[in-house]
Ligand binder design. Sequence first.
Ligand SMILES: Nc1ncnc2c1ncn2[C@@H]1O[C@H](COP(=O)(O)OP(=O)(O)OP(=O)(O)O)[C@@H](O)[C@H]1O
Length: 429
Amino acid sequence: MLSKIYNKEPTVSLYQKNINWILLSKLLKQSLLVITIIACYNVLFSFSFFNLLKSFIWASFWKLAEKLENWCQSHFKYRQLLYYFLESNKLYTETNLDGKHYISTSAIMGWKETDNKVIIKAYKQGDTYSKRLENLEIELQALLNLPLESKIVRPAIVEYHFYTSQPSRLQANQLQRTLSTGLPIDLGYGIVYNPIDCPHILLAGGTGSGKSIFISYLILEFLKRKSILYICDPKNSDLGSLSHYLGEDKVATSPNHIARIVRLTVEEMNRRYEYMRENFRYGSNFSDHGFKMTWLVFDEMGAFQASGTDKKSKEVINEVMDGIKQIILLGRQAGVFILIAAQQVNADTLNTDLRDNLGLRIALGSNSSEGYRMVFGSATPPVKQPIEVKGAGYLYMQGSGKESAEYWESPYLNPKEFDFINELQKLIN
Ligand SMILES: Nc1ncnc2c1ncn2[C@@H]1O[C@H](COP(=O)(O)OP(=O)(O)OP(=O)(O)O)[C@@H](O)[C@H]1O
């Protein structure tokens, strides 16, 4: 009956009598093994064709029971685990009637398996368990021995998503082969980023966390999509040196030059809006009007803001920040996007309202709880797994249906196989 209510997906509650088919099939297999051993023993001590045949038949039954046990394992595994989970976490109440115990209330849980995931569902019924069912991540991770990928809280269901086989990291050699032209960008690990659905990127991470490598990957992806690319690198590090290839007018390192590039980008955005207003087509966006994406990559935003020491330089910084604000709030429809990278994000770097308008947010490397909160706000993951791989971190994409940021590994650019400048030159020539 419960399975009918809940969309025909399997459910478990302690109202249902649980027959432990896994245990029964295991017992059957073990019994048949014992009988088979006795039958073989018989053959050794009193050899006859009949005894040989008997031992052969018992061995075949034992093999069949083994297959049955495997089938029960895969078919009833989650049912059995959830049954145990409800019992051991006391997600039920008992009443005593005439000296007998009856289950009077029980939480209801269910599961769904996909190719690489298992989704554990907790059904809220407006009873005393509803609140508890929203906070089962620690217990479920231990039960399944899998890290939580995401949790989605809906009005009547809480979904806990676990990867049964981890999605794979994108490799540099794949990148060289993919000469994609569509707007969505494959970020590996099952994440596909579409700037139209989810405009702008915030990338945070301390020294050595993999920011520069990931920015290099994105630059190539932007260029593959024929984007107009501007780079601001106030620290004049690796990105600043790209002016040799992209041109001085596209790459800025000094505050005045940065201000000029941001101004140009905002002007381009306004021009596009004007054109789109004059040639209004309902529901259209920049690409319907033949505009390419424009990407402004702004590295080390914090360092740039800190560089304002006198009145004049502070004015330049304010002008730049004002332009960035306009791009964040208005850029999407016109196809003008920004990637902001910073070692640390705080309220001075970017206020929380603006941050929440950056659709894709990534924190690379290990961060403090406060660091995660500054990047993800209410989407901060409840449980964080250790970051042990270079270029790994947490990622949150607005509109993905996920409630919080999830573990992610940025595309792996093998330094032995991958030459960024070589790839860049191929795309700009
Ligand atoms: N995606 C990746 N693929 C391969 N190696 C990586 C990746 N990310 C990081 N690494 C390794 O980590 C090192 C540091 O990465 P990177 O230079 O991008 O860090 P960063 O955050 O930009 O640091 P900094 O701010 O000091 O420049 C790289 O030299 C590389 O060896």
